[in-house]
Design a protein around this ligand. Structure first.
Ligand code: PLP
Length: 441
């Protein structure tokens, strides 16, 4: 239905990442738990968590109440003052963080967390270059988009800013002609070390990696890869920044994706799930070694809203609710007992599913037009009629998917019920039949 909201949006709202003239945004009237309703009253199961951030579902009453209470007490305060909500949020985040990382610098979202992590690494090392992988997303601000390894960087590449890209491990589409995870791991690490050596180790401040790349395709690294990255960083005096903006706060069935591995980074960036997106917040979790760089030397960076009380109160309530309702454990169970087995069974049934990857409530289906050549169902960086039909079929089946190029991601709220999860999977199953029709026989 075209209503006032829609008309005003089309007249005045300039949307992200889009050619404005062709947009037809869905008007969302309300949302609750794992469902949302458009202005025609159509109910959709949210299998996207929007942009993978509503980790506790929509409108969780406890978090809504915490934000309301904080608004009634103290809506805002400048970052130089101490504030109860901010102190508690930092304490809870530091407690959850792996290893000895225990200081938190709060930002407004993920991209500025990345900007600040890179700035800290550069000042700490006195070096300038930063290495990041192809098939990654680190945010839309200038350094973050330069670091990004997806097509959104291309039109923004107005100067590399010391950024060098390398290939990370991705066995299904291996750059290293590997046939096993162990081979992929070993060759990807050798490639990274060669890149470091050829770029000049003394010029490299940091390596930034999404612990599990998210938008780029949910590729959990093989066992040993992150441990190898840690060893290379130690050998060459490089700071390791783990970007947990999408993978963090329970998405993987652990608090951080890093908890699945045996390696501790120097800096962690987070955002999204920390407040379930109810109020924007991001940040950098800092190791004592890097924090010490700024003990006596001022850190040259800040934000008016760093640790904003409404966001901090949302973070405290989100984390406590996730703990009390055992959402992280639930996400792990969903991955092991529902999404893993059922998506793999779908891959058997549907010719268009090339590979299923994921963990917890964080899954990707790599859709192909040809299983033998792995030709993607939409080209890298683009869409296709086939993908558009699959997405439309998901929605027709009452499910809102997260789609990127040739992939459908299954990334619902961590507290989605098993019945709701199965409802979404049934819609996906039917949609994949539409995809099968596009497979070359
Ligand atoms: N890093 C990762 C891994 C992300 O997935 C995103 C957003 O999707 C960002 C950084 C940027 O976060 P924001 O959009 O909050 O700036």
């Amino acid at each position: 239905m075209k209503d006032r909201t829609y008309e005003l949006d089309r007249a005045h709202v300039f949307h992200s990442w889009s050619a404005q003239a062709s947009l037809t945004p869905m008007v969302v009237e309300r949302a609750e738990g794992s469902y949302l309703w458009d202005n025609d009253g159509t109910k959709l199961l949210d299998f996207s968590s929007q942009l993978v951030f509503t980790n506790i579902g929509h409108q969780h009453p406890r978090v809504v109440k915490a934000i309301q209470d904080q608004a009634a007490t103290l809506c805002t305060i400048a970052p130089q003052h101490a504030n109860a909500a901010r102190s508690e949020a930092a304490h809870l985040i530091a407690e959850l963080a792996p290893g000895d990382l225990d200081r938190v610098f709060f930002t407004n979202g993920g991209a500025d967390a990345v900007e600040h992590a890179v700035r800290m690494a550069r000042l700490h090392t006195g070096r300038r270059k930063v290495l990041s992988r192809y098939r990654s997303y680190h945010g839309g601000t200038q350094t973050a988009i330069n670091l990004t390894g997806d097509p959104r960087r291309w039109p923004n590449d107005v100067g590399a800013d010391g950024v060098v890209h390398f290939f990370g491990p991705f066995l299904y589409r291996s750059e290293f002609h590997a046939t096993t995870e162990a081979e992929e791991c070993e060759r990807a690490l050798a490639h990274l070390e060669h890149t470091i050596q050829l770029e000049g180790p003394d010029t490299i401040a940091a390596i930034i990696l999404e612990t599990i790349p998210g938008t780029a395709g949910i590729m959990p690294p093989p066992p040993g890869y992150l441990e190898g990255v840690r060893a290379l960083c130690d050998r060459y005096g490089i700071v390791w920044i783990a970007d947990e903006v999408m993978a963090g706060f329970g998405r993987t069935g652990t608090w951080f994706a890093l908890d699945l591995y045996d390696a501790v980074p120097d800096l962690i960036t987070f955002a999204k799930g920390v407040t379930s997106g109810y109020v924007p917040m991001g940040g950098v979790i800092i190791s004592p070694r890097i924090a010490a760089t700024f003990d006596d030397r001022p850190y040259p960076g800040g934000l008016t809203y760093s640790g904003h009380p409404l966001a901090a109160a949302a973070a405290v309530a989100t984390i406590e609710t996730m703990k009390d309702e055992k959402m992280v454990e639930h996400a792990a169970m969903l991955g092991e007992e529902v999404f893993g087995p059922e998506l793999r069974a779908m891959a058997e049934r549907h010719a268009c599913v090339g590979e299923v990857r994921g963990v917890g409530a964080f899954w990707a289906l790599d859709l192909v037009a040809d299983a033998a050549t792995k030709e993607p169902l939409a080209p890298y960086g683009g869409s296709s009629p086939a993908m558009n039909e699959v997405i439309a079929a998901c929605k027709k089946g009452g499910m809102l998917p997260f789609a990127n190029f040739n992939r459908i991601h299954v990334v619902p709220a961590l507290n989605i019920t098993v019945d709701e999860a199965r409802e979404g999977l049934a819609a996906l199953d039917a949609a994949l039949t539409v995809g099968d029709a596009h497979v070359h026989s």
